[in-house]
Design a protein around this ligand. Structure first.
Ligand SMILES: C[S@@+](CC[C@H](N)C(=O)[O-])C[C@H]1O[C@@H](n2cnc3c(N)ncnc32)[C@H](O)[C@@H]1O
Length: 433
């Protein structure tokens, strides 16, 4: 047993030679007399005081204790990762001579019924699987699909096909290509701040966000909450590139990998832990008029720029739409009916695009789409950013909700196209289209 500061919480982490941990039933050794710095063995008798006395009182007063388990984890800074495993009743206690011949207090703990299933023996760590160098990458088919364009190389792996193939049929591009018949609005004048914007009451861009900055300046910037649209500082602003209100403009900063899946084609995961709100990437391709994409039914890489739709498709976010302050700006009126119509512009990543084109759909996604405006304020031409919706452990597939309306796409023969969804989520709606 490790020392516990609270009498009602104990930590089991295999440090005491006399412990016996059978998950639901535990024989737990009291504290004290343990060689913490040396060979971790019992070197003195324990006394019925402090935590030991508290646990005895738990038996007599029928007070359950919280049990936390420590799991060995080489990549954790302390060598352990801890899980909370629920409430246990302290059924019995006694004193006996332990394995090293010293008196130890023993407590029999039994997990209380009616709690969520105990999954402690299924704990596993993905950190160990993260390759530390190119040489360690299994199934490597391309060292960097961006060909050096991104700050961080993006390897592609394929452990599915035989022979393994690399992603092909497109050209990697890290910034939007604008179709000839699309004219971007002129740049807005922006804020007058210098260096980095700090005062949301005076920064003109922060004012558009309701007089606050949408990002916090931590780990390279994190979005505080999803909004209908985020106003960032842009080319017309007085602040510099380090301004927190330019967080989505810094390109890919995490170690991402494109990997082959058995049923969904290519997919994307991160070798780095992604904290909730971290920017992952922008959706890059050709910015074009939707009416020019008549080949839509064969093109799986088209992203319609529709800020309201991106809000609606995401778990629970539509409910927050009412709370989102949307300033009066060009072409944005929050009108439901208007957003039902086909958006005027889209991003086609079919023939040219960045890593976003490989990110799959999930009915329980860990990323969300955020429309961002920086150089102009026309929401129909907003930039499309993907942010982490949760704290995402390394090596977990990154996904967002495509938000497709079922039965909305028909093929050249007029027949509705249906596509199965293989996201594997518990509440999967089973169809992508
Ligand atoms: C934008 S692409 C994503 C990358 C794609 N997997 C690839 O190999 O290039 C969209 C296409 O991926 C596939 N896809 C994405 N999410 C899927 C899912 N949850 N279930 C089945 N297929 C999926 C579908 O073929 C879809 O049309």
């Amino acid at each position: 047993m490790e020392d516990s500061s609270s009498p009602h919480a104990i930590v089991i982490s295999g440090m005491y030679e006399d412990d016996l941990d059978n998950a639901e039933d535990v024989i737990y050794t009291g504290q004290g007399g343990h060689d913490l710095t040396g060979n971790k063995r019992q070197i003195r008798d324990q006394k019925l005081e402090r935590g030991n006395l508290a646990l005895k009182n738990c038996v007599e007063q029928c007070v359950p204790v919280r049990v936390v388990r420590g799991h060995e984890c080489a990549s954790s800074y302390c060598g352990k990762v801890y899980t909370y495993d629920g409430l246990y009743k302290v059924v019995q206690y006694w004193a006996e001579k332990g394995l090293s011949g010293f008196t130890v207090f023993k407590y029999r703990l039994r997990r209380l019924e009616g709690q969520p299933l105990l999954t402690t023996n299924q704990v596993q760590f993905s950190y160990g699987r993260v390759p530390q160098s190119v040489a360690e990458i299994r199934g490597l088919v391309c060292e960097d699909i961006s060909g050096g364009q991104e700050d961080v190389p993006i390897p592609a792996t394929n452990l599915v096909d035989d022979p393994p193939v690399a992603p092909s049929g497109y050209t990697y591009r890290k910034s939007l290509q604008i179709a000839k018949n699309v004219k971007l609005p002129t740049n807005v004048s922006g804020c007058n701040c210098k260096g980095t914007c700090v005062d949301p009451r005076t920064c003109a861009c922060a004012k558009l966000n309701g007089s606050y900055f949408p990002y916090v300046n931590c780990h390279g910037g994190r979005l505080i909450e999803a909004r209908a649209v985020v106003f960032e500082c842009g080319p017309g602003c007085g602040c510099g590139p380090g301004c927190v209100n330019r967080t989505s403009q810094r390109g890919i900063k995490h170690r991402l990998e494109v990997f082959r899946t058995p049923k969904k084609g290519w997919a994307v995961r991160s070798w780095d832990f992604l904290p909730a709100g971290a920017p992952v990437c922008e959706y890059i391709g050709v910015l074009m008029r939707t009416e020019d994409t008549d080949h839509v039914c064969e093109n799986n890489y088209i992203f319609d720029i529709d800020c309201l739709q991106t809000m609606r498709g995401l778990d629970g976010r539509e409910r927050r739409l009412g709370d989102v302050s949307v300033p009066a700006i060009n072409n944005f009126d929050g009108d439901d009916q208007k957003s039902e119509s086909v958006p005027e512009f889209c991003i086609d990543a079919g023939s040219t695009g960045n890593i976003a084109r490989f990110i799959n759909h999930s009915c329980e996604p860990n990323l969300f789409v955020q429309c961002v405006l920086s150089s102009h304020h026309d929401v129909k031409l907003a930039r499309v950013m993907l942010f982490a919706a949760d704290n995402i452990p390394p090596m977990q597939e990154l996904t967002y909700d495509y938000g497709y309306a079922l039965d909305s796409v028909s093929g050249p023969d007029g027949k509705i196209i249906q596509m199965p969804c293989y996201c594997g989520a518990a509440d999967c709606r089973k169809r992508l289209l």
